[in-house]
Write a protein that binds this ligand. Structure first.
Ligand code: SF4
Ligand code: SF4
Length: 286
């Protein structure tokens, strides 16, 4: 039987992002054309916000992401744009640093979340709101190729494609009822893509009777990082020009409803600080 961890996972105490920033600095200031050549030089412990006894082992699993840093020494155009909260475009270096940071944290926190969630015997993320909750539904965003793992009705109409689930004027179905008044969960194709909608007092069809996910190994990306989210960048919904546009946020979101977020609150805040991010603890399901 799994034991609830008393101490935080190592990744939470020693994030990779400060090491990634050191690698970028060395890459920029040294005669390197490849990130792996910088990493090969780090064969002794280094300090960058925290101590890395084996920097190659720590950064190795992120090499494919870190290699994107090589773009700072080339004239190649980035295929995304990052703006600040006043809509001013960030320079190439800052944009790239944030983009790489977002990818690194998504991977690192995905692993940390899975480790912690798997020990909790909790199904909060897989069930809709309780009867008395203020929310009418919970939304689980999906990639296009993830809809096939749910045996559910699909709603994909001109109307659904004009809406988002959060619109003030909620989508009305053909029978006149609001989408979240359906008795059962369903998959919706919204303006921004697919999501699974769990109305009140419903649960994901892949949730087993014992509270465990029946498709754990194949579960959607969003289910792998349920309660601590990297929020360095937010996709700009106003984009739509073909080039991805992001808004720089520089935050780390942690959902307060989750038992492990409460348990490791201090460590999550310290993780955010080491990464140069503002930690935001927020309640999601009330
Ligand atoms: S797919 Fe699995 S982890 Fe995701 S909501 Fe359903 S039961 Fe939960
Ligand atoms: S609330 Fe936390 S522990 Fe519960 S299912 Fe979600 S991520 Fe796992």
């Amino acid at each position: 039987m799994n034991q609830k961890p008393e101490i935080a996972p190592a990744g939470l105490l020693q994030p990779v992002l400060p090491l990634a920033r050191l690698l970028l600095l060395l890459f920029l200031t040294g005669p390197f054309s490849r990130i792996e050549d910088v990493l090969a030089e780090l064969n002794e412990p280094v300090e960058s916000q925290c101590r890395y006894d084996d920097p190659q082992a720590a950064a190795g699993p992120y090499l494919d992401i870190l290699q994107n840093f090589t773009a700072v020494k080339s004239n190649k155009l980035l295929d995304f744009i990052v703006v600040d909260e006043e809509n001013h475009r960030l320079d190439r270096m800052e944009a790239l640093e944030l983009w790489v940071g977002q990818q690194i944290l998504a991977r690192e926190l995905g692993g940390i979340n899975s480790l912690l969630c798997g020990n909790e015997h909790c199904d909060l993320c897989c069930t809709g709101p309780k009867e008395a909750a203020r929310q009418n539904f919970f939304e689980i965003p999906l990639m296009d190729d993830e809809t096939g793992i749910f045996n559910l009705t699909k709603i994909d109409s001109a109307g659904s494609r004009r809406h988002t689930a959060g619109d003030d004027q909620a989508l009305e179905l053909d029978d006149g009822q609001l989408f979240y008044h359906r008795e059962n969960p369903a998959l919706y194709h919204w303006r921004g893509g697919w999501s699974l909608i769990l109305p009140r007092q419903t649960s994901c069809p892949n949730l087993g009777k014992d509270g465990r996910c029946l498709i754990y190994a194949k579960r959607p990306v969003v289910c792998r990082q349920p309660q601590i989210f990297p929020y360095l960048l937010e996709p700009d919904a106003q984009g739509g020009t073909g080039t991805a546009v992001y808004i720089a946020r520089r935050k780390l979101l942690a959902i307060w409803d989750c038992p492990y977020v409460k348990q490791f609150r201090e460590q999550i805040a310290a993780y955010a600080e080491l990464c140069g991010l503002e930690p935001i603890f927020k309640e999601n399901k009330a």
